[in-house]
Design a protein around this ligand. Structure first.
Ligand SMILES: Cc1cc2nc3c(=O)[nH]c(=O)nc-3n(C[C@H](O)[C@H](O)[C@H](O)COP(=O)(O)OP(=O)(O)OC[C@H]3O[C@@H](n4cnc5c(N)ncnc54)[C@H](O)[C@@H]3O)c2cc1C
Length: 468
């Protein structure tokens, strides 16, 4: 049996980031992956969706060419070539991880991994089965989509995000999306920009229910301006098929039928536990899920679990930060990234995880909202600035958008930021750095912001907050 310092089950961001970190620290590492290196993020999630969003946004710019004085005799898209571009992007990105593995000497073993007792991992490939022994094991098996128990859910034309990303033919003149969370609103953006008639059905009273109401409201407006029909407080009770697919929806005690060519299910994801733990693994479960400590330790000695498999926040950078944390702990090092921070003298734990939504305009948030501050009786100063006076926005003919910043009122420390504007997903990094380091409004204004950039509006939001 081959032995390793670290065996990892799952080659997504949680697994591959941990593997590379461990190898750089001199550990002998094996990663067991049953599908493709890169996990959901690279193959079926972050990267392919952002590639399609990019293509859809270029298409929108092409349709709006008049406003820049540009001429083109024909503007259109070829869905199968867009999908090919997306595949090339995914392959190129996956290749960089494989190169990193080769350079750092991480062994990638393709097969299904099952954990037994004493950190023994059974690997099953199509034609053989063998065992590996790890001094430590990290479980990073990720998640899979939740398929709601709705009559008609298995009808042809009903897709998961993975299936729709694999579709080469354009079959989406009209699309109903069940679920108005991050994945649902991103797909609504892609398909509406490509000209599909999109209906977004969300059972909560607003889109992105975990976000600030301000963001939910502004997003609804922006999607509706693109022609998306947004139905909130609405539940799809069944799906039937005649010529097209009909989603039968209950909404405010009334029934409504939405007919479309295709339906996308995006109602959330659950940990992928199938065949991961053998009976003798010794890993305790809670409600069928792996129980972990704050340090991602399972109940089995030397076995950790990270990423979507155990995390309340299912994001690639969270999985990667957790994987790094575990490896640094194994190596006896202090961990750099703050997974949360408690500001001096306050009782609110500030989440410092940037949350990005790649709609058009983009949405990005970090820290707390004004509503959360009030809930915890934290006195705050809030400042808001709009993008319609921003030079870069005017140049690019961007419509609307805003930056909102929340400061703790006594120290003027930044505790939250919500942005809905172009490049919000890049600019949120500055805000995350500021919150993690307890920077004040004064410290945030010490650096100049280049002109013309979208980030100039950050200075106006700070000024607005400090005025009050
Ligand atoms: C459509 C979509 C868009 C997304 N967009 C974003 C985004 O823009 N930004 C963001 O931060 N997050 C995004 N996410 C979420 C992100 O993909 C996940 O949070 C991230 O991939 C989790 O990483 P992970 O390592 O925990 O698991 P995964 O990436 O799911 O990787 C787990 C890997 O383990 C393998 N595996 C599972 N079981 C076994 C086994 N028993 N043996 C061997 N291998 C196994 C799987 O094949 C998989 O490759 C998106 C998700 C989706 C679905």
């Amino acid at each position: 049996m081959n032995t390793y310092d670290l065996v990892i089950i799952g080659g997504g961001p949680g697994g591959y980031t941990a593997a590379l970190k461990a190898a750089k620290l001199g550990m002998k590492v094996a990663v067991v992956e049953s599908e493709r290196l890169g996990g959901n993020c690279i193959n079926r999630g972050c990267i392919p969706t952002k590639a399609l969003l990019h293509a859809a946004s270029v298409y929108t710019d092409m349709k709006n060419r008049d406003r820049f004085g540009l001429l083109a005799s024909q503007v259109g898209f070829d869905f199968s070539r867009m999908q090919a571009y997306k595949e090339e992007t995914v392959d190129a990105y996956r290749a960089t991880i494989q190169e990193d593995f080769d350079r750092e000497g991480v062994e990638l073993i393709m097969g299904h991994g099952t954990l037994h007792g004493n950190r023994i991992v059974e690997v099953n490939t199509e034609d053989k089965s063998f065992f590996l022994q790890g001094n430590h094991v990290i479980l990073a098996a990720g998640s899979r989509p939740i398929i709601p128990d709705i009559p008609g859910i298995a009808l042809p034309g009903v897709y998961t995000s993975r299936q729709i990303l694999g579709e080469r033919e354009w079959k989406f003149d009209s699309l109903t999306i069940i679920g108005g969370g991050i994945i649902g609103v991103e797909f609504a953006t892609i398909f509406s920009e490509l000209g599909a008639k999109v209906t977004l059905v969300e059972q909560q009273e607003r889109l992105l229910a975990k976000q600030d109401e301000l963001i939910s409201g502004a997003l609804k407006e922006s999607l509706e301006a693109k022609g998306v029909e947004v139905l909130c407080g609405a539940v799809v009770e069944s799906i039937s098929r005649e010529e097209k697919l009909a989603a039968n929806i209950r909404m405010a005690g009334q029934w409504r039928q939405v007919v479309s060519d295709a339906i996308l299910i995006s109602v959330g994801r659950r940990p992928r536990m199938q065949g991961l733990l053998a009976e003798d693994a010794g890993v305790e479960l809670e409600n069928g899920l792996i129980r972990v400590s704050d340090e991602f330790k399972t109940s089995a000695e030397g076995v950790f679990a990270v990423g979507d498999l155990v995390s309340r926040i299912q994001l690639a950078h969270v999985a990667a930060a957790q994987g790094t944390y575990v490896v640094e702990k194994i190596a006896g090092m202090a961990h750099g990234t703050q997974l949360s921070v408690v500001p001096n003298g306050m009782f609110v734990v500030l989440p410092v995880v940037p949350n990005c939504i790649y709609t058009n305009p983009e949405i990005a948030t970090v820290g707390i909202t004004e509503a959360t501050a009030h809930k915890y009786h934290m006195k705050v100063k809030c400042g808001q600035a709009f993008m319609d006076r921003n030079g870069k926005s005017i140049i690019c003919r961007e419509n609307g958008g805003f930056i909102r910043l929340i400061f703790e009122a006594y120290s003027n420390t930044l505790v939250g930021a919500q942005m809905m504007c172009p490049r919000a997903t890049d600019m949120i990094g500055e805000m995350a750095t500021a919150i993690s380091n307890g920077l004040t409004a004064f410290q945030l204004t010490m650096a100049m912001r280049a002109h013309p950039t979208y980030s100039e509006t950050i200075a106006l939001a700070i000024e607005d907050a400090m005025r009050g």
